[in-house]
Design a protein around this ligand. Structure first.
Ligand code: NZQ
Ligand code: ZN
Length: 392
C-alpha cells in the first residue's frame, strides 16, 4: 500500500427530515449570509427549497438566491454567482440539489475570493481558498457532497474540466434519502452508474496488496447491484434509497481509494461525451466503461478476473483469466442495460463522425490531441480513438 494522508472533515446529517437542520448547520460553520444555489426547479416543485428557507429564517440567517444550474453545469452561471456573492456580501454557499448544483456552488465559492478568472482552477491551479460550502443533496450520484472536486463546462468550446482541492470539501452535507424518491427512474439509474464507476475506477489499480480497499469497493458495488433494481421497481423504497445514498458518498470521498493508484480513464473520456452531447454523466459512463475495460483488460487480466468472480459471480478460471475477466465486463454491461442505461453511441445519441473531434479534445483541452491519459494504462490519441470506435 502507498503512503497517504486522508482528511475528509465533512459533517454528515443523514436521515428523514435532516434538511430542517440546514439553518443550524450553516450557523455552526460560521455562515451569516448565504447564497442558496439550486437547479432547474425540482427543489421548488418538491417544496424542499421552502423548507430550507424556513430553517435559515428560524436561525435568523439572511440569504440571496440563484437558481438555474443545468446538468453539466456551465461557466456562465458561475460568473453570475461570483458577482452576486460579492455584491451581497455572501459568506456561505448552500447548494440544494445534485452534483451539478454542488459543483457550481464550489466554483462560485472559489471564484468569489479569487482575484483572477475562476477557470484557472479548472486548468490545473489547486483550490486552496474558497468560501465555505454546505449541501442538501437530492440525488445519489456524483459524490460531490463528500469530495474535494468540482466539474464545470466552459461554454466557449464546450470543454468539461475538473478542479480539486481541500477547500472544496463541503463543511456539511445533509443527506435525506426521502428527497431522492422524486427522481425519475432514468436519473436514478444514471446516478447508480456513476457510483459504480467511482468504485471501478478506484478498483483498477497498479498498486499491489490493497486488500482492505479492494474488499470495501467490492462490498459497495455488490450493495449497489442489490439495491438499485429495488428503487427502479419502487421509487419510494426508503431503505434502498438510504443504502444507495450512503454508498454514493462512500464511493467518492476517497476512503476506498487511499493508498493505491487509481484509473479515471472512463471519466476523462466520458466528460467529452457529456460536454458535446449534454447527455447525463452516468449514461455516458454506461457506454464508456465497458469499452475502456475491454480495451485495457490485457494490461492486468487477473485484476479484472478478480472483480468478475468476487462481485459478478463468474467462476474463476485460472487457466483463462482473460475469459473470466471478459465475462465480468459483460456482466457489468448487462446489469447497466437492465436498469435502463444505454449500451452504445446510438442509444446515447452520440455520432460516429464526431470521433475525431472527441479524441482530440480528450487528449487534451487545447484540441491538439497530443496529450495522453495516465490511468490504469497510458493511452494516446490512437487508443482513445479506438475506444470510441468500440462504443459505436
Ligand atoms: O435541476 P433540477 O431541476 O434540480 O433537476 C435535476 C437534473 O435535471 C434532477 N434532479 C436532481 N434531484 C432530483 C431531480 N429530479 C427530481 N427529484 C430529485 N430529487 O436530476 C438532474 C441531474 O442533476 P445533476 O445535479 O446534474 O446530477 P448529478 O448529481 O448526477 O451530477 C452530475 C454532474 O456531476 C459531475 C458530472 O460530471 C456532472 O456534471 N461530477 C462531479 C463529481 C464531483 N464533483 O466529485 C464527480 C463525478 O464523477 C461527476 O463527474
Ligand atoms: Zn462520476
Amino acid at each position: 500500500m502507498n503512503n497517504f494522508s486522508f482528511y475528509a472533515p465533512t459533517y454528515f446529517a443523514f436521515g428523514r427530515g435532516a434538511e430542517n437542520r440546514a439553518g443550524e448547520l450553516v450557523k455552526k460553520f460560521g455562515g451569516t449570509k448565504v447564497l442558496l444555489h439550486y437547479g432547474g426547479g425540482s427543489v421548488i416543485r418538491s417544496g424542499l427549497l421552502d423548507r430550507v428557507k424556513d430553517s435559515l429564517k428560524a436561525e435568523g440567517i439572511a440569504y440571496a438566491e440563484l437558481g438555474g444550474v443545468k446538468p453539466n453545469p456551465r461557466s456562465g452561471l458561475v460568473y453570475e454567482g461570483i458577482e452576486l456573492c460579492r455584491k451581497e456580501g455572501v459568506d456561505f454557499i448552500l447548494a440544494v440539489g445534485g452534483g451539478s448544483t454542488i459543483d457550481s456552488s464550489k466554483a462560485i465559492a472559489a471564484g468569489t475570493v479569487y482575484d483572477g478568472d475562476f477557470w484557472d482552477f479548472y486548468e490545473g491551479k489547486p483550490v486552496t481558498k474558497a468560501l465555505p460550502v454546505g449541501t442538501v443533496l437530492t440525488i445519489a450520484a456524483a459524490g460531490s457532497e463528500g469530495s474535494p472536486d468540482s466539474v464545470i463546462t466552459k461554454e466557449e468550446g464546450m470543454f468539461k474540466r475538473g478542479a480539486s482541492g481541500p477547500a472544496y470539501r463541503p463543511k456539511f452535507s445533509i443527506l435525506n434519502p426521502e428527497l431522492t424518491c422524486t427522481l425519475p427512474a432514468y436519473q436514478t439509474a444514471c446516478g447508480a452508474t456513476d457510483i459504480i464507476a467511482h468504485l471501478y475506477e478506484r478498483y483498477l489499480t497498479n498498486t499491489k496488496n490493497v486488500q482492505t480497499t479492494d474488499r470495501m469497493i467490492e462490498a459497495l458495488i455488490m450493495a449497489m447491484v442489490e439495491e438499485t433494481p429495488k428503487v427502479i421497481a419502487d421509487p419510494n423504497n426508503y431503505d434502498a434509497r438510504a443504502n444507495i445514498m450512503w454508498a454514493g458518498m462512500m464511493a467518492h470521498n476517497n476512503s476506498c481509494g487511499v493508498g493505491r493508484s487509481q484509473d479515471w480513464t472512463s471519466h476523462q473520456i466520458e466528460h467529452e461525451l457529456s460536454a458535446l452531447y449534454d447527455c447525463a454523466h452516468g449514461a455516458g459512463l454506461a457506454v464508456t466503461m465497458p469499452a475502456v475495460f475491454r480495451y485495457n483488460m490485457k494490461h492486468d487480466p487477473a485484476r479484472f478476473a478478480q472483480i468478475a468472480s468476487r462481485v459478478w459471480g463468474v467462476p474463476m478460471n485460472e487457466n483463462d483469466l482473460e475469459g473470466t475477466a471478459l465475462a465480468g465486463i459483460d456482466a457489468l454491461q448487462k446489469f447497466l442495460c437492465s436498469i435502463g442505461m444505454p449500451k452504445n453511441f446510438a442509444e446515447l445519441g452520440a455520432k460516429e463522425e464526431d470521433i475525431e473531434y472527441l479524441a482530440n479534445t480528450c487528449c487534451y483541452g487545447d484540441g491538439s490531441g497530443n496529450g495522453k491519459i495516465y490511468g490504469f494504462t497510458v493511452l494516446d490519441k490512437e487508443d482513445v480513438r479506438n475506444i470510441f470506435r468500440m462504443m459505436v
